[in-house]
Design a protein around this ligand. Structure first.
Ligand code: HEM
Length: 464
């Protein structure tokens, strides 16, 4: 529950910030930032050799960096170091160039356009379920990765990438493992031919090859299917010039990767949370059976699938796929009374903020019903920010929410996913937050309750 926020920022002259070593961060970043906040409150200084970062934990301070003073910052060093993967794509480019590309891509994410993707999302999920049998054992994370890759391939590039899923999965795993290592990001230049850098180059090339194939096929067919790829291919500068192949590659690889792994993680964590919270699961099933009565979900059902939406919201609160973010100051800034000098980093974590008891009762509990009232209005804007915020807010926000809710409804209507006993499910905070060894589940097919026997529970489900 929201307690009174502290007076916005301490008045008076800039406070002095002591910097502590960021050395132990590498082993357990989630535990490190949680402990840091417990010990030092909303502001702490971190140092890694001569690189200084101010770690902030109050939503108002985060808003100050992401929204109010966004122009004083660029993306942080970890994302910038991953330019070998994303190039000058939307996630990593800056300034006027970024703005132009963002405007270009935006129409593919407009409400009406996204609405047209709903049927594809359900259709591909149902295709996945055709292979599922009662009693099968699966890795829910891998299944979701395969599914979301196919959805992004079809909706944004009108391409069938089923046969590529395994290659992309393996390459991506390596890129995430290496890309999140902030010591490497800061100290090892990407042009150095170290064994790891060479492996990374190979992984990038593998994904690039798939994208170049899709681009070549589209160019050859000359067909304009009105999807994002068509828009990018048709886009022209004021002088009439078109996007170079390199630029196209950067934009498509960004959307291809940013557009599926995050949603797959959300789904994997959601199945894991549901399996441990039978009361929540039962309430979800009741809603699905009452609203859908056995038929496939569609766009129009979403307003009626409110509880399913809350399940996704709550899952992303506890297991935010983007678990932490950073910025690099390009101008001086006095942040919460502390001086941020040019070249200094600012970092903050969704994992920590979204589990803060100042904003959430029982913050460690999975309680989708907490979102039924006006909680979002009562907490500060940046007490819940799985999609970031300000001008660099996730472009795929609505796409992802719709996709996650439709996948949840389509699957949960037909199957329960029960955890395989003894399989460790461990959060792995790479650039995104994924389950390190996957989420192994046994499938149990379920029949929607018969119409007439349906009753939506109204009392809150209690999560353990
Ligand atoms: C649950 C799913 C998702 C989560 C949690 C998520 C999270 C985020 C976050 C936190 C950012 C901001 C990064 C920053 O400011 O440093 C971001 C940016 C971005 N996301 Fe997502 N995302 C998701 C799904 C998607 C999807 C489905 C797409 C595309 C289809 C997408 C494409 C992008 C792009 C292109 C950016 C860069 C936007 C810009 O800077 O203009 N994301 N995402």
């Amino acid at each position: 529950m929201r307690r009174a926020a502290p007076a916005k920022f301490p008045p008076g002259p800039p406070a002095r910030l002591r910097h502590w070593s960021a050395g132990p961060l590498g082993n357990d970043p989630l535990g490190f930032f949680t402990a840091l906040t417990r010990k030092y409150g909303d502001v702490a200084g971190l140092r890694l050799l001569n690189f200084r970062t101010i770690y902030i934990n109050h939503p108002d301070m985060i808003e100050d960096v992401l929204v109010t003073h966004a122009r004083r910052y660029t993306k942080g060093r970890v994302l910038r170091a991953n330019r070998r993967v994303f190039g000058e794509g939307l996630l990593t480019s800056e300034g006027d160039f970024w703005l132009r590309q963002r405007r270009l891509a935006q129409p593919a994410f407009h409400r009406a356009r996204i609405a047209a993707y709903a049927a594809t999302m359900v259709e591909y999920t149902e295709r996945l379920l055709h292979d599922w049998r009662d009693g099968d054992e699966r890795d829910a994370h891998q299944e979701m990765m395969r599914l979301t890759l196919q959805i992004v391939g079809k909706t944004l590039f009108d391409a069938d990438v089923e046969r590529d899923a395994q290659d992309v999965g393996k390459s991506l795993e390596l890129l995430l493992e290496v890309g999140a290592d902030f010591r490497r990001a800061i100290f090892i230049p990407e042009w150095l031919p170290t064994p790891t850098n060479l492996r990374v180059r190979r992984a990038v090339r593998q994904i690039e090859n798939i994208l170049y194939r899709i681009i070549a096929e589209r160019r050859a067919s000359g067909h304009d299917s009105g999807d994002l790829l068509s828009m990018l291919l048709a886009a022209q500068d004021d002088d009439g010039s078109r996007m170079s192949d390199k630029q196209l590659r950067d934009e498509t690889i960004t959307l291809f990767l940013a557009g599926h792994e995050t949603t797959a993680n959300t789904m994997a964590w959601t199945w894991w949370l549901l399996a441990q919270n039978p009361a929540v699961e039962a309430r979800l099933h009741a809603e699905l059976d009452a609203v859908l009565a056995g038929r496939s979900p569609a766009l129009e059902d979403l307003p009626k699938l409110a509880y399913a939406g809350h399940v996704i919201t709550e899952s992303m609160r506890l297991y935010p796929p983007a678990w932490g973010m950073a910025r690099l100051a390009i101008e001086e800034h006095e942040l919460a009374g502390y001086p941020v000098s040019k070249g200094m980093g600012v970092a903050f974590s969704q994992w920590v903020v979204q589990r803060d008891p100042r904003w959430y009762d029982d913050p460690q509990k999975f309680l989708p019903e907490r979102w039924e009232g006006d909680l979002l209005k009562r907490i500060p804007r940046f007490a819940y920010f799985p999609f970031g915020g300000g001008p660099r807010q996730c472009i795929g926000n609505s796409f992802a929410l719709m996709e996650a809710t439709l996948i949840l409804a389509t699957v949960a209507q037909k199957f329960r996913l029960k955890l395989v006993p003894g399989h460790p499910v461990v959060p792995f905070p790479s650039i995104t937050l994924r389950p390190r060894h996957g989420v192994r589940v046994t499938l149990e097919s379920r029949q929607p309750a018969k119409a007439g026997n349906l009753r939506l529970r109204t009392e809150p489900a209690v999560a353990d």
